[in-house]
Write a protein that binds this ligand. Structure first.
Ligand code: COA
Length: 165
């Protein structure tokens, strides 16, 4: 059974476990690095702060009670948009619709708070994630995303209207 649960700051140990697993398993997918969240970067107050972003919606997916996925919805730069970040599903749970459920949960949250657009950034070579987002109706905005460490490539910025959700 798949369950999606909303987390608060007190749930930081669970978020930490999943996020460290995500950064270790899929470093190609994120601009944050494992090194930034290990050692001196691995502090309770930092994890609590991550789960205390004003207006954010932090979710984990549990498959038969085991945590297997994560995602956040955060307020966008413009009042009418929200952003999907930190999406990850553990390798053993992939291809079973966990990503679908997490996207739908963020869409419902965004629509419920009156947002008209859901935006996200994806690495230019992350074809698996891009296919998932395309299947959910996201399209390329054509906007230049964040510049990557190679100084050449940029993230792709995708968006989807929430008015029909
Ligand atoms: C992208 C990601 C979240 C998709 O999660 P998911 O729950 O597997 O999503 P889905 O079940 O919809 O499967 C997505 C695709 O993975 C592929 N897939 C299917 N079974 C799989 C398996 N056992 N293992 C790996 N990939 C599989 C398929 O191409 C599938 O699409 P399709 O079934 O429509 O052809 C997940 O692959 C992931 O966490 N990747 C690493 C982190 C990442 O890229 N995050 C996104 C940052 S923008």
């Amino acid at each position: 059974m798949l369950e999606v649960r909303v987390l608060g700051p007190d749930d930081w140990p669970l978020w930490r476990k999943l996020r460290l697993a995500a950064l270790a398993e899929a470093p190609y997918a994120f601009t944050s690095t494992l090194a930034e969240w290990q050692g001196s970067g691995d502090r309770e107050e930092r994890w609590r702060a991550r789960l205390s972003i004003s207006g954010a919606h932090d979710l984990v997916a549990l498959l038969d009670g085991l945590p297997v996925g994560m995602v956040s919805g955060v307020p966008g730069e413009e009042a009418e948009s929200v952003e999907l970040i930190s999406m990850w599903v553990s390798p053993a749970a992939r291809g079973r619709g966990v990503g679908d459920s997490l996207i739908r949960a963020v869409e419902r949250w965004g629509a419920g708070r009156g947002a008209r657009t859901l935006r996200l950034s994806v690495m230019p070579d992350n074809t698996v994630a891009a296919a998932l987002y395309a299947r959910h109706g996201f399209t390329d905005t054509g906007e230049p995303g964040a510049l990557l460490p190679d100084g050449v490539r940029r993230e792709r910025v995708l968006a989807k209207s929430l008015t029909a959700v």
